[in-house]
Design a protein around this ligand. Structure first.
Ligand code: SAH
Length: 360
């Protein structure tokens, strides 16, 4: 595997030298998505030998629960015979493979499903092609060219956190944007005057000196786009990610390298850059388009309500030794509050049918 991080760092240095300090959003978009050399564009970051692991990579049970949820809401929508089964940011294609395996058991579901994936990384697209080789799949760079003539049932797991965000800091009674500059060849934070009041119209306590607020238009825009489509085409879906139910102050910019937290301004191109997702902001963006938000709940509660424990017991009937241990460990990781159970949230979206969704 070629390491493009030197080229990436050089190109970011050049960008800052030419344009002056850049917002965290611009830094992140370039670090993750720059053509050929960006973190996601040049390698597969997932798995044991990568930088982070996601729920579908931990256990097949995760995708089975998501598949069961999608099949259930599809049936409550009257089992449309032609529909879009959409995943945003599918990583290695593991979640979609588990969804399809589960939903094949539901009469009519796979006959009507057209699988659509949005993916920007050529490396991950190749992995998805391998994982989903037996299926007919359409890939898109974004949602703009998704067909507009069929209901949509979708999932996005750890996708929204990868979309860029800005940070603002409250200093001397004013908001400033946190930007990234270079000194002596190293990236460092700086502040830039701004006319933006990032908390305008939000129901938040007055900021105190030094408080940080994070705002992501790309996340809100993507949510609005999805919600608009659901409103027009009908359908339902789930957004799953780490984040908070209520908007609030705090610096959550993080980098993961080799499964450890690291400094986001160091080893650029060799670590995943993200921040926690503001589900309150996503909810607002979806509602503004007229879609129904089914709720935002903790991943642990959601998976338990869907019966993940029963599924684990079922798998344990035929497992022994390290496989049995692995099932128990995975279940714990996915649902326990000290692991992914509380930090990760699940948001449900729906339009076009009155449904009683499991888990909310
Ligand atoms: N959902 C997968 C992978 C999560 S990693 C899982 O749970 O395992 C984030 C995924 O989103 C990767 O597939 C990455 O390439 C994709 N991605 C990140 N930013 C994107 C963007 N702006 N447009 C399209 N895909 C993006």
């Amino acid at each position: 595997m070629i390491d493009y991080s030197k080229q990436l760092q050089d190109s970011l240095h050049l960008k800052i030298a030419e344009e002056g300090p850049i917002g965290i959003d611009v830094f992140m978009a370039h670090a993750l998505g720059a053509l050929e050399i960006g973190y996601y564009m040049s390698h597969d970051p997932l798995g044991k030998n990568g930088d982070f692991t996601t729920a579908p990579e931990i256990s097949q049970m995760f995708g089975e629960m998501i598949g069961a949820w999608l099949a259930d809401v599809w049936s409550q929508h009257g089992s449309p015979s032609d529909f879009i089964l959409l995943e945003l940011g599918p990583g290695r294609g593991t979640l979609m493979a588990d969804i399809v395996r589960t939903c094949t058991k539901v009469p009519g579901f796979m006959d009507g499903a057209q699988i659509h994936l949005t993916e920007m990384s050529p490396v991950l697209k190749e992995k998805q092609q391998e994982t989903l080789a037996a299926l007919k799949v359409c890939w898109h760079d974004d949602l703009s060219d998704l067909p507009d003539n069929a209901p949509i049932f979708f999932v996005a797991n750890e996708f929204f956190d990868a979309l860029p965000f800005k940070q603002f800091i409250y200093k001397g009674g004013k908001w400033a944007e946190r930007v990234i500059d270079i000194r002596d060849g190293e990236f460092l934070y700086a502040e830039q005057m701004t006319m933006v009041n990032p908390v305008d119209g939000m129901n938040l306590p007055s900021p105190e000196e030094g408080k940080v607020f994070e705002l992501s238009r790309p996340r809100q825009d993507c949510m609005a786009d999805l919600a608009r489509r659901i409103k027009i085409q009908t359908g339902a879906g789930l957004v799953i990610d780490y984040g908070h139910v209520k908007s609030g102050y705090g610096d959550t910019f993080q980098a993961l390298r080799g499964h450890e937290f690291s400094d986001p301004l160091k080893n650029v191109g060799q670590s995943d850059l993200t921040s926690h997702v503001d589900f309150c902001a996503l909810k607002g963006a979806a509602r503004e388009q007229g879609a129904d938000v089914l709720g935002v709940t903790r991943q642990g509660d959601f998976l338990l309500a869907l019966g993940i424990q029963l599924r684990a017991h079922q798998l344990l009937q035929t497992a022994s030794g390290h496989i049995a241990k692995d099932i128990q460990k995975s279940l714990h990781r996915l649902v326990h509050s000290d692991e992914m159970g509380s930090l990760f949230k699940v948001m449900g979206l729906n339009y076009g049918a009155s449904i009683k969704p499991a888990g909310f």
